[in-house]
Design a protein around this ligand. Sequence first.
Ligand SMILES: Nc1ncnc2c1ncn2[C@@H]1O[C@H](COP(=O)(O)OP(=O)(O)OP(=O)(O)O)[C@@H](O)[C@H]1O
Length: 455
Amino acid sequence: MVVEDDGELRYGLSSALREAHFDVLEAASCTEAVNVFCASLPDAAVIDLRLPDGDAVDLLPRLRSVDDSVPIFIMTGHGTIDVAVRAVKEGAEDFLTKPFEMRSLVEIVGRAVERRRGRQASKLSRFAILPFEPRSAAMRLLEDEVERLRDSDCSVLLLGETGTGKSALARRIHALGARSKGPFVDVNCAGLNREFVESELFGHEKGAFTGAHVSKQGLLDAAHGGTLFLDEIGDIDLQVQPKVLKVVEEKRFRRMGDVKERSADVRLLAATHHDLLAATSRRAFRADLYYRISTVTLTVPPLRDRREDIVPFSLHLLSTLGAGDISLSTGAEVRLLSHPWPGNVRELKNVLERSLLLRTGNVIRASDVRFDQHAESAAAIPTTESTRTSSQTLQDVEREHIQRALEAERGRVEAAARRLGIPRSTLYQKVKTYGIQVTRIRMTVPRRLGERDSD
Ligand SMILES: Nc1ncnc2c1ncn2[C@@H]1O[C@H](COP(=O)(O)OP(=O)(O)OP(=O)(O)O)[C@@H](O)[C@H]1O
């Protein structure tokens, strides 16, 4: 993403990057930059320090609260280097002093994109090489089913309560299969409106709708040769569903505003925590799509139904958190075993992360195991009144309330903002101010759009 209000310079920067085969999105102000960034999650951003409606230092926290893994470069003139240094302290990758050679820009951006991709690939491979051997019958059965699907290219529907590990399982299925060298593109469809999901998935041609200033490849292009994982598929708009069906059945799709069809060489994995069959009878989900994607279903059992796994899985999670030398006292094990885990693995991971911070020495004790009081019901936010204690400040209450809203909406900032009755931009600001970790990013595109060769 290139953000520059000087049209000529913007054109020069974009052309240099396009010549180097980057897909470039342009913005001329902070407001436009936020919109483009949220809609497309670019692999890197190059931003002019001074923009008509603010400067890059103001913009950084807003962009980083959406996705802090995107490398952001600040372009600056000689007189403004101290401000640019501040921007780097705020999390910018580096700054470029004008005038600079386009060649250096292309090199710097290219290297940052590669580094980011490497980090994402190693995350994925770390995940793939740390399999957990379950003790529970339910998880062993699931493992057998996954093993049987290893060589198949069929679509799979993953079912299970929120936080059970459906996305994690989708990544494993991808990593085990023949497409493992191709991209894994993960789209969370919850809360996305029709036009957004359609343009993100299928891409669009210039002028396809108001604001489509340039043509854009979709995530189906990005997933070419790999796997497309549609999380919360039950939330996909009814009008978009026939197009998804065409991808599953015919492996073909059409960009918005385009007349020609393109081939979609993707394996489709989908997940939902809704009862899709019931949704088909309410006509909220198309029956033909349901039957097409549900030929093979895998159900991830909730943690409370696989208690034998809780202690060994906790030790496994501790090692994935870099704490493989930490053990659990008997008291801590008893506490973990007696909890109902409504938030499943996500909640277990949070509790373990917290206990790592609270522990002294190499053992987690019962008193270090503190449950999230608000996870009892992921769907309900308790009233502020019921959670207030005399020592809490108004800010403590606000921070907790925001955290609960984000948990209840599984990290979807847009939905949490709606729930709280505040604009999304205000929520981003508060998330930044309170240093709240948003645990779920809506969309992960592990490589540059349109790039098709293997990692
Ligand atoms: N086998 C595993 N090893 C390590 N971490 C895991 C494993 N399974 C799940 N997790 C972690 O638990 C959390 C929840 O997992 P995930 O997002 O896959 O759940 P989900 O069922 O897709 O949730 P939702 O329905 O809310 O989308 C994530 O932080 C994930 O990294």
